[in-house]
Design a protein around this ligand. Structure first.
Ligand SMILES: [Zn+2]
Ligand SMILES: [Zn+2]
Length: 209
């Protein structure tokens, strides 16, 4: 595709945004129906954006929904992979310089995206899908991850060589990244960021039970 036609595509995708958008969290971003504070989310696979959705729109885009392929409903399951142990070598292959990261499969790019928190919000690194496929071959439970809408959340403790590993909805990860961005101080995040991480993992552990 030439760069000119790339621009055309972008323009077409963006056109619907020119009408006034409801504030996320207040109204469904697809049909503008008012929604409760607790609501589901859709991933827009073209724009790679998270959208707040009413129940009806959410159901349209679940795995057996009739809504087509542009949007995908974010499932609400939390799973704890308590027996999963990433070896130091596997952790290194994921190229994450800090102790917390989440990973998801980006189906449009055929890549595994790794996000980890830092002073500038989330840093993203794209890894070849082979790295992920090798991990799935060694740890079959990782294969249950749904592309684009679920993430593997990992917190490693280098001193004990133990990594806690969960499958979580991708919107929970974005929420965590947003919270950490506000709290992060210095290189390692400081005590406020650590407290927020501890609280988040407590919440995930409870949900996964
Ligand atoms: Zn709706
Ligand atoms: Zn929302």
């Amino acid at each position: 595709m030439s760069s000119a036609s790339h621009l055309d595509v972008l323009r077409r995708i963006r056109a619907p945004d020119e009408k006034p958008r409801p504030r996320p969290g207040e109204r469904c971003e697809l049909c503008t129906e008012p929604i409760a504070e607790a609501h589901g989310h859709l991933v827009d696979l073209q724009q790679r954006a998270l959208m707040c959705a009413c129940r009806g729109c959410y159901l349209l885009f679940t795995a057996d929904g009739a809504g087509g392929t542009r949007f995908r409903a974010v499932p609400d399951r939390y799973l704890a992979f308590t027996d999963l142990r990433l070896s130091p070598g596997e952790w290194d292959a994921l190229q994450v310089p800090v102790s917390v990261a989440f990973f998801f499969v980006n189906s449009s790019l055929d890549r595994i995206a790794a996000f980890y928190p830092g002073p500038a919000g989330a840093t993203e690194s794209l890894l070849p899908l082979e790295t992920w496929n090798e991990l799935v071959a060694a740890h079959a439970e990782l294969g249950t991850l749904e592309p684009d809408v679920e993430a593997i959340l990992v917190r490693s403790d280098r001193t004990t060589n133990h990594a806690e590993c969960f499958l979580v909805p991708i919107d929970a990860c974005y929420e965590l990244v947003g919270r950490l961005r506000q709290l992060w101080r210095g290189f390692d995040g400081g005590s406020d960021a650590r407290d927020a991480l501890d609280a988040f993992f407590d919440h995930v552990r409870t949900r996964a039970r």
